[in-house]
Design a protein around this ligand. Structure first.
Ligand SMILES: *Cc1c(COP(=O)(O)O)cnc(C)c1O
Length: 400
């Protein structure tokens, strides 16, 4: 490697630092849970965790861990193969059938991550004659997946239904053969649910299909945790669902696409991240299977999650914090200015609360925030302690 190249890379890193965008990873010494042992400067501290996607608290669930351990004995540690060569176990098919049934679709196909599912879905299903119409706040993996496909791209401002209709009209005027509207089910930086009833109605009006990426919903939102289509009552009007096992459903890893049989069949033939990447590890497949079984029955955990959400929202709102409105367990606490978000995060850290600040370019300039996420793993005492810490830190930093 030449000095010139390394110099160039160092300059880039320095610029990231100067811009205040350098991300430093904090280390957890132990399992993901309501409290985590955070290792800092050689010593460990137990902190209340408000920044995991561990909505139902399944990431350290004893039954899921047991399923994963049992799977090692029965199915081994690794597959050492892509699915179509010799990497498909009965376990993988069972997981596909189970997630498909859970979401009310014919079939499903597994990927190493939802990032890969979104990376493979558009290129496989759409050609240059087609149109993909995408919400401007969609996840990075959708943006990249759309870039990889040859369909004509249309974009509408976040949740702007007039904008969506304009783009559908434009796609129609441009002579699109097939049109696919794409949205996140939950916009994870802001914590609100996509307007699926209007999206589906507009799609229907213009003969378009709908794809929902439900990563921040499957397992904890809607009846039995069936996600935003079930929550918003649109059900089968959503044609394709992409999602993850890396959040609510055990938080291990792995993505999936659920849809009509021919769609899944074609993805199995053509989706590149599926064809050219290793199978999910048996531990992960077995743990995810158990997670779906638990999530389906977990009305108690969903209620607990909702109670925590209400408690945290109400208390912080009353204390004078500015929160973004919404009904999901994602509760963004707005600071607007990035340095204030950093100071608040540091003050919360001192008070034993583990949070993450978000600023430009992850969110727009002037919209810096601390994004908090509730979990059913938290006790009421944890939530109350976190509220007290927020109020104290808010006063110490002059935010409230
Ligand atoms: C987390 C997330 C992904 C990525 O999921 P992985 O399985 O971790 O790759 C994709 N889309 C959305 C909306 C997400 O929130």
């Amino acid at each position: 490697m030449t000095q010139a190249f390394l110099e160039h890379i160092r300059d880039t890193l320095e610029q990231i630092e100067v811009d205040g965008l350098y991300k430093r990873e904090r280390l957890i010494a132990g399992a993901q849970g309501a409290r985590v042992n955070v290792r800092q400067n050689g010593h460990e501290r137990s902190m209340i965790n408000l920044c995991a996607n561990n909505y139902l608290g399944l990431a350290d669930h004893p039954d899921i861990k047991r399923s994963a351990r049992d799977a090692i004995d029965e199915f081994g540690f690794g597959m050492a193969s892509v699915r179509f060569i010799c990497g498909a176990q009965t376990l993988h098919r069972e997981l596909e059938h189970t997630i498909a049934r859970y979401l009310g679709k014919d079939d499903a196909i597994l990927f190493a991550a939802c990032f890969d599912a979104n990376g493979g879905v558009f290129e496989t299903l759409l050609g240059p004659e087609d149109a993909v119409i995408s919400d401007s706040l969609n996840h990075a993996s959708i943006i990249d997946g759309v870039r990889l496909c040859k369909a004509k791209r249309y974009r509408f401002a976040n949740s702007d239904m007039d904008g969506l209709e304009d783009q559908l009209k434009q796609a129609q005027a441009d002579g699109a053969r097939f049109k696919l509207v794409v949205t996140d089910g939950v916009f994870s930086m802001d914590g609100y649910v996509a307007n699926l009833p209007d999206i589906c109605a507009l799609a229907d009006k213009y003969g378009a299909m709908v794809l929902v990426d439900d990563c921040h919903a499957t397992g904890h939102l809607g009846p039995e945790g069936r996600g935003t289509p079930a929550l918003t009552g649109v059900g089968q009007a959503v044609d394709i669902v992409t999602g993850t096992f890396g959040k609510t459903l055990g938080g291990g890893m792995g993505g999936f696409i659920a849809a009509a049989q021919p769609v899944i069949d074609l993805l199995r033939q053509r989706a590149r991240p599926y064809l050219f990447s290793n199978s999910l590890a048996p531990t992960v497949a077995a743990g995810s299977l158990k997670a779906i079984a638990i999530a389906e029955q977990a009305d108690d955990l969903r209620e607990r999650l909702q109670n925590h959400t209400r408690r945290f929202r109400d208390s912080l709102g009353e204390a004078g914090f500015e929160l973004l409105p919404g009904e999901t367990p994602i509760i963004p606490v707005m600071t607007h200015e990035a340095p204030l978000a950093q100071r608040l995060a540091a003050a919360l850290d001192e008070r034993g609360v583990y949070v993450a600040g978000f600023f430009f370019p992850v969110v727009p300039k002037g919209k810096a925030r601390i994004r908090t996420q509730m979990s059913a793993a938290l006790s009421e005492q944890d939530v109350d302690d976190a509220i007290a810490a927020f109020i104290d830190a808010g006063r110490a930093t002059g935010l409230i």
